[in-house]
Design a protein around this ligand. Structure first.
Ligand code: A3P
Ligand code: MG
Length: 420
């Protein structure tokens, strides 16, 4: 298979360039210093004047501005993978890969089982930032394509980030509750993007009700019921659920004129050895059972948006959903093909559109490229967004926002041989 060719329009991986037409409304431009940092304050923008969007210092997230042809999104190609073990240690291999075992249509899995006595939870106070991806880049820098310029250290990617950060960007035009902050730094010509937990998210995490904590476990427990550790073994629901463990794919692709390298956690793969990554991967999800038309509509409008965005990005074709009752029992399962999701939602009134998601992401990346003028590993451009507002940014030099570790800077600045 020629991995460099785009998929057919049906699968939404297009090979046409999107129109360069940009319609976001500009905002007046004012810089000011705040706590020693150059900031562009949202509350000081005057929306009455229309400005040249190519010079605008903010980016609108209004959905109607992104309703145009679907942008080029090249078929994602897996260029590598890595594993994180039970102690969250990095391995440049596939040891944590799991194999999908199809559950019954009505399996009655009890997701509560093991929450008290067989659950090891990853420490969410540890902020890993891009570290695992950076480790992977260092371990593979000899084989990663470098820019055909005089500087052989430069990677041939415009952006390096986590898939989850891109998922947040894709869903931004439809998000009404949670804002985000993305720190971006240009190093050797590549822009690295790493999320910063917002104050609101931290407060919510630190005050999570017990019921929510337990429900977070349910999703991982569903994975345990449907995944085997080996190609010829069966799931073992009597084991421990340890959320430190992960298998991550690293993919490269292109969105419009942005060359991307990103990594995302993959739940499991199809056992059929002839299926190749990422086409063999399966995303597992749980969701409350659907009993009324209103619940079905909400599932289409909100849940499927997040599910689609997450899986579409790395080219994962299949989502297996376990529908659970109030008591945490999976009462039914259903498979969703990512390529068919847009047809499923098309009868919903005022529903989300894949093209809006992808065009917003593409325009955000163009905005970031335009704003980041300095190539400096200790300079962070912090992009911030709150629902119903525009994206704004501020600059932070040598601050606690800097996220590229010294070992990465030094490892990439040396020769092509890895020091690790
Ligand atoms: P479900 O989403 O199936 O309930 P993922 O599906 O992205 O691989 O995530 C696996 C599980 O982690 C989720 O399963 C959920 O249990 C938990 N989880 C992930 N992100 C979460 C979030 N933002 N809030 C609560 N739980 C989350
Ligand atoms: Mg999952």
């Amino acid at each position: 298979m020629d991995h460099h060719r785009s998929r057919s329009p049906n699968s939404r991986y297009h090979d046409h360039h999107h129109s360069a037409h940009r319609r976001e409304r500009g905002h007046s431009r004012r810089n000011n210093y705040d706590d020693g940092h150059l900031t562009h304050r949202r509350d000081q923008f005057d929306v009455k004047t229309e400005q040249n969007p190519l010079r605008s210092q903010t980016l609108s997230t209004r959905k109607d501005l992104y309703e145009r042809d679907f942008p080029l999104y090249r078929q994602p190609v897996e260029v590598g993978s890595f594993s994180l073990d039970a102690q969250r240690r990095f391995f440049n291999d596939r040891r944590q890969m799991r194999y999908y075992v199809e559950p019954d249509k009505n399996p009655n899995f009890d997701l509560k089982d093991g929450y008290r006595d067989r659950y090891i939870r990853r420490d969410e106070n540890v902020k890993e930032k891009l570290d695992h991806i950076l480790r992977w880049i260092l371990a593979n820098k000899g084989t990663l394509k470098s820019k055909e310029t005089t500087d052989s250290r430069a990677l041939d990617y415009d952006f390096v980030t986590w898939r989850g950060h891109l998922t947040k960007l894709l869903t931004t035009p439809y998000e009404t509750r949670e804002g985000w902050q993305l720190a971006a730094t240009k190093f050797n010509g590549t822009i690295y993007i790493s999320e910063v937990e917002t104050e609101a998210a931290r407060v919510e995490r630190e005050n999570r009700p017990e019921r929510n904590k337990e429900m977070m476990y349910w999703g991982y427990k569903f994975e345990q019921y449907t995944c085997a550790d080996n190609v010829d073994s069966l799931p073992d629901p009597s084991g421990v659920v340890n959320t430190n463990e992960a298998f991550c794919t690293v993919v490269q692709t292109r969105l419009a004129d942005h060359k991307l390298l990103f990594s995302g956690e993959v739940d499991c793969r199809d056992k059929d050895p002839s299926a190749r990554p990422p086409a063999c991967y399966v995303e597992l999800k749980t969701s409350p059972e659907i009993c009324t038309p209103k619940q079905r509509s909400n599932f289409h409008r909100f849940k499927l948006l997040k599910w689609w965005a997450q899986s579409f990005l790395p080219g994962v074709p299949r989502i297996v959903a376990g529908f659970k009752d109030h008591d945490g029992v999976v009462v039914s399962t259903e498979t969703f093909l990512v390529s068919k999701v847009s047809q499923l939602i098309k009868n919903e009134f005022n529903c989300w559109k894949p093209t809006v998601c992808m065009n917003f992401c593409s325009d955000f990346l163009s905005f970031v490229k335009r704003i980041i003028t300095e190539n400096d590993h200790s300079l962070v451009y912090l992009f911030s967004w709150e629902p119903y507002r525009d994206v704004t940014y501020s600059l932070h030099r040598d601050s606690h926002y800097s996220f590229l570790p010294r070992w990465f800077i030094e490892g990439m600045s040396g020769s092509q041989e890895s020091h690790h």
